[in-house]
Write a protein that binds this ligand. Sequence first.
Ligand SMILES: [Zn+2]
Ligand SMILES: [Zn+2]
Length: 130
Amino acid sequence: MLTENQKQAILVLRENGKTYDAIAELIGASPNTVRSFWRRNSAVHSRHQEPQPGHCKNCGSPLGGRHSTGHKIFCSDKCRYDWWNRYRRSQPYRLVCKQCGKSFISFGNQKKAFCGRECYNLSRRPKGVP
Ligand SMILES: [Zn+2]
Ligand SMILES: [Zn+2]
């Protein structure tokens, strides 16, 4: 089973031209898992990554309804380009979440402590309080 973080890493790293083997090693999954996930998702990966439909993933401006196809995620080609460029320039780091102990991939930020918002929130809950 791949986590959301691993899935995103596969998509971004494949865009970067990394091999299945290299990705598998980095995220701690088997090359077969990586390959089959990529095959299933490469065609729809831009839609897959969109957490908030209707807004440009790069600049956050609302996307016009005129060409609304339901899976547009950037307001322009420039924004798409900028966004991918940011990832391309970032070095992927394999880190371990301080809350759940699972490994996850962080792009460009080696000091990231948690795999996601949920773990961040959990970590802020006081411990030992009934
Ligand atoms: Zn934009
Ligand atoms: Zn975690």
